[in-house]
Design a protein around this ligand. Structure first.
Ligand SMILES: NC(=O)c1ccc[n+]([C@@H]2O[C@H](COP(=O)([O-])OP(=O)(O)OC[C@H]3O[C@@H](n4cnc5c(N)ncnc54)[C@H](OP(=O)(O)O)[C@@H]3O)[C@@H](O)[C@H]2O)c1
Length: 325
């Protein structure tokens, strides 16, 4: 059983703990918040939780793995501090804002004999193995992956406020928040892209509200749409020489149907997990407790590729975070 500490007292942390507890592999023991009252309110639905409002004390307490769900630009420093204290780290997506930061985290993790994971939940879905196997004997000609959902923070933005997810200080925006899921899916299915581009509708602070990107592969392109001021109800598609594979969504695949050029359809056997985070929490626990170096190395390398692409895409669109201005 892994003793779990949590940074970030938003709804997503409860969601993660729910999946972690359901897996039977984790037990929440410690919560950090900037305010003890917030930590106490958050922890009130769990039992025997230590509460902290000082990060140094939190990292010295006796848990094995920390789940970090703070605003994006805080991830790197918090993860470095956790790894330095000998804790395994599950870092919410996007784990970092610069590709070099991911390399630094990898290095610290290795030095401290700890694991570092980016919580990109779709990457760990068995559905992608099923899809990849199905595509193995097919010639891929392109794909169209989107994740655009009207944000619950849009009213605040329209009211003149700057919620963290639309802030350059906290490294927000549609690409960082939602576009990362299509990128993970593309890299999981097709490997590392050779290059990328992105054009977006942007706020005055340069943060993107929605945008369209292209990932370049030697033989085809993957089109990406990300959005937080729009909702896309389009499915996702992978085009092959034999027909088209239509996926319900890319952030949590519920169905995959192949239609050949004659119109005949085959439904792929996609098993739906009971919770969007079920598969990632199980994968992290397994990698920590029964290390599979190949799988772990793939996770590290693929995360590195995702962060290189995110950076390139931001540069082409002119998205600059506060630390870069
Ligand atoms: N995997 C998923 O499906 C999923 C879904 C949603 C979000 N996420 C990711 O989870 C992370 C958190 O997202 P969120 O929407 O919960 O973010 P958020 O509400 O902006 O912040 C999360 C927590 O960070 C702390 N925080 C907020 N503002 C802060 C500030 N100015 N300085 C220091 N700490 C601050 C707060 O905890 P305290 O007040 O207790 O300190 C807050 O509860 C992001 O990286 C996001 O991308 C993932």
């Amino acid at each position: 059983m892994l003793k779990l500490g949590v940074i970030g007292t938003g709804a997503i942390s409860h969601h993660f703990i729910e999946a972690a507890h359901a897996s039977g592999e984790y037990k929440l023991v410690a919560v950090y918040s900037r305010k003890l009252e917030t930590a106490a309110t958050f922890a009130s639905r769990y039992q025997d939780i230590q509460l902290f409002d000082q990060l140094e004390d939190f990292f010295q307490s006796s848990f094995d793995v920390v789940y970090i769900a703070s605003p994006n630009s805080l991830h790197f420093a918090q993860a470095q501090a956790a790894l330095s204290a000998g804790k395994h780290v599950i870092l919410e997506k996007p784990a970092v804002t610069q590709p070099q930061e991911w390399l630094d985290l990898k290095q610290t993790a290795e030095k401290k004999h700890c694991f570092i994971f980016e919580a990109a939940r779709n990457y760990h879905e068995e559905a992608f193995t099923t899809i990849k196997n199905f595509l193995a004997d097919k010639q891929v000609l392109g794909a169209d992956f989107n994740y655009a959902k009207y944000s619950s923070k849009m009213p605040d933005l329209l009211d003149g406020q700057t919620p963290n997810v639309f802030s350059d200080r906290f490294a927000g925006g549609a690409l960082m928040d939602l576009g990362i899921y299509p990128l993970y899916a593309a890299i999981r299915l097709f490997g590392k892209a050779q290059g990328a581009t992105y054009q977006a509708q942007q706020l005055d602070n340069s943060i993107d509200l929605n945008g369209d990107g292209i990932l370049f592969y030697p033989e085809f392109q993957v089109h990406i749409k990300a959005g937080k001021n729009i909702t896309s109800n389009l499915p996702c598609e992978i085009y092959t020489a034999d027909g088209t594979l239509t996926l319900s969504t890319i952030e949590h695949v519920r169905s995959a149907i192949f239609t050949n050029h004659k119109g005949n359809q085959v439904q792929l056997p996609i098993q739906q997990a009971p919770h969007t985070m079920t598969e990632e929490v199980a994968a992290f626990a397994q990698m920590i407790q029964q290390p599979d170096q190949t799988l772990y190395q793939n996770c590290l390398d693929d995360a590195g590729s995702v962060h290189e692409l995110l950076y390139t895409m931001r540069q082409t669109a002119g998205i600059r975070f506060e630390e870069e201005k």
